[in-house]
Design a protein around this ligand. Sequence first.
Ligand code: MG
Ligand code: ZN
Length: 372
Amino acid sequence: MSRVPLFLIVFLFFSCDQGQTKKVTNTTLSTTNNTPKKVKNIILLIGDGMGLTQISAGMYSQGNKTSLEEFPVIGLHKSHASNKLVTDSAAGATAFSCGVKTYNGAIGVDKDTMAVETILEKARKQGMKTGLVASSTIVHATPASFYSHNKSRKNYDEIADDLAQSSVDFFVGGGKMFFTERAETRKDLYQSMRSNGYMISDFFESELKDITPDLSKKFGFLTANKDPLPVAQGRDYLPLASEMAIEYLDAVEDKGFFLMIEGSQIDWGGHANNGEYVVSEFVEFDQIIGNVLDFAEKDGQTLVIVTADHETGGLAIQPESTMDSLQYAFTSTYHTGTMIPVFAYGPDAEIFAGIYENTEIFYKMLQAFDFK
Ligand code: MG
Ligand code: ZN
């Protein structure tokens, strides 16, 4: 890339862009010299399966309030995958992490199964810190799409191998078995992770709240052997893990960080056609969004983006509902193809207004970080 003449890079860059992006890119280019970078950190919050009705139901269930009301900029993204109109979480997350439309099931690879560098990998290359927190397993499609490159989301052992070799500085999620009880005779990954600089432990050894990350090491904690519990059944680590992630990532370096926090199980409530499951998962996620906003407000250099990969369940709030007693109907046990809201707060938030493809979220984050 460095041998390509500059004018050609500029030409290619602009010729691939849509009008909206071009305008903002010009602004970015004109301020790159001597102007301090405004966006130091990005926190991307993904509510898996969180469409507008999931948000509405969660909002009404909390006395007509949600943290999302604090966001000054709102956009909509088009969630379709390369091979299906209705996306899955792998193609959906890969659109955000890599900026490519790919097929359902793809993890950090394009439609021809070629690996594509992720926003997290790009951030790490710039000397920034990176983190992932999820209420699914950490090898599940959404978090995996930020550090792994695999033709199938189901190759959990290979995805775990990728995490072990990765430069993710901080992660918390379920899925201990993919690191310690592996199908083949390959070694327990904890050992190789420790030699790769990780302080790694799990729910079996201690509770997350009793652990203090060693800031000189990378940090990993596995919260369950496989899938973590629903929040209504006692899972409680996601707010704490999110708080610890920010503290860890913000403490170590002055080059900024990229953090992805996933409310993974809003989607699972949708698949189960269980409105209470959807709402309880949303309510927890909404609290985390509020905490993240508090940090971003104090920090002043953090861009916060909240979105979903797709809607799940075709959820509708029925006519007989009251705010205290919501009646739900579902049209599907899978995902649907409706456009998905994007909420942005902080420096460069305004570039997230409008209607655009899900892949644009990647390019907008690159622009905000001033990555080339
Ligand atoms: Mg997910
Ligand atoms: Zn799903």
